[in-house]
Ligand binder design. Sequence first.
Ligand SMILES: Cc1cc2nc3c(=O)[nH]c(=O)nc-3n(C[C@H](O)[C@H](O)[C@H](O)COP(=O)(O)OP(=O)(O)OC[C@H]3O[C@@H](n4cnc5c(N)ncnc54)[C@H](O)[C@@H]3O)c2cc1C
Length: 482
Amino acid sequence: MGAIDGRQFLERLDSTPRELWYGDEKITGAVSSHPAFRGAAKSIAALYDMQAKPELRDLMTYRSPTSGEPVGTSYLQPRTKEDLAKRTAMMKVWANYSGGVMGRTADYLNSCVMAMAAAKEFFGMEGRGYATNIQSYYEHVRERELLLTHTLINPQSNRAVGPSKQADPFIAARVVEKGSEGVTIRGARMLATLPMADEIMVFPSTVVRSGQDDLPYSIAFALPVSTRGLKFVCRESFSTGSAYDHPLGARFDEQDAVVVFDDVVVPWERVFILEDPEKANRVSEATDAIVFMAHQATVREAAKVEFVAGLVTLVAETIGADQFPQVQEKISEILLSEEMMKAFISASEANAHVNKWGLMTPDYVPINSARNLWPKVAPSLSVVLKQIGASGLMAIPPEETLGSKIRPDVDRYYQARTADAEERIGLFKLAWDLAGSSFAGRQDLYERFFFGDPVRMASAYYSWYDKEPYKERVKELLHRKE
Ligand SMILES: Cc1cc2nc3c(=O)[nH]c(=O)nc-3n(C[C@H](O)[C@H](O)[C@H](O)COP(=O)(O)OP(=O)(O)OC[C@H]3O[C@@H](n4cnc5c(N)ncnc54)[C@H](O)[C@@H]3O)c2cc1C
């Protein structure tokens, strides 16, 4: 089958049964037509359509080593720096499409599975041949271009104790029993962004560490979303209204869901780690999946800062605020962030090396630095948009106003230096959707947390970073005799 286009994605979305709960409704009709999902579904379809465009096909796909068919570039196991550059360029094209606000486009988890499969020996041949399972899974999703979602986190009931010490030891998803068909899982996991996916991967967090008490929770597996007993409980959609009123929310709300496993049977061939805290703690780093996922994330983040740089400059120019030094200083702050994110990517690729599993791997030092800096950079984007947009961010009447009798007043009083009223209002609605709307609020939370708790990430960064050479330099100066 190989690389799919948008139509194939939408057909699969609508024909795959899944227990998707939205409010009091278990969605039974076409998911792609549901108001909560249709905007993002259409956007994801547009991304897949790019793979079929003659001018993009060579960048967006490569020949599958098994079938010879074109498959998506984010599955490419890079062996050279050129491969790595191709992955980056492909991911940037996808990220640019949404201005970087869609965090969980397929390339994020494709990068994870790709790296884990290259490192299959890490999973081992004990038990039911976990190494073979991860390799087969990678080929399975690559050859069908299956869209993945994932859950890493246990429900947030009581963080003071681990999953086995909760009031109910079956709140967090865990092994119930092992049988001839597979492993039965009961409990819940958070937080599956993109429940429109074809498959769900359940993996350990890159930040949370497990001990022996956590044996039944130390698992990694993958399942089709249609598996019996699997339920997705969605949050309220931010995809309400028209694309004029909500330029981002109406198009790019990926949705987030808590996932319930109601005695779900995971077939043995879909199990990758079983009751193994030591492996669960190490899997992301040992396989370098974390590096490739963070690399994708940094490319997406660079796209987002570029988009905000364009947006905030337009906002300032439109109202003639671009001439003020403090406005220029704030926009420069965004431009500096943009250059910094791009420099992290360039440095990671310039210093890429072949890892122990044979993949040309971006240097993790700049990539991990980007990963830790981003939760601080991202909130500043909306702050600057608010500082410069000011009350104009509230001079955004609903689209219907433009078709009403008050329109002549709107045309007169909402016009700006470089735009008529309709254009100005549209631009400021876009700025509000990035800086202050409910969609923007979710964006802010996403950027702070999507790669794990930033506090524990920073603490891990402190321990991991090699500070010795700098300490030595200080000591040398202190002890210098002359
Ligand atoms: C919009 C959004 C989308 C997401 N999408 C996904 C997804 O697709 N897949 C997925 O798997 N996850 C996803 N996540 C979840 C993400 O992985 C978590 O938010 C992140 O790992 C932090 O975990 P938590 O939210 O449970 O916070 P918690 O761990 O509950 O932390 C809450 C607070 O307590 C502090 N805290 C808790 N425990 C400790 C501790 N032991 N030591 C020190 N401080 C502690 C934290 O610093 C934080 O301030 C998403 C999150 C958001 C917000």
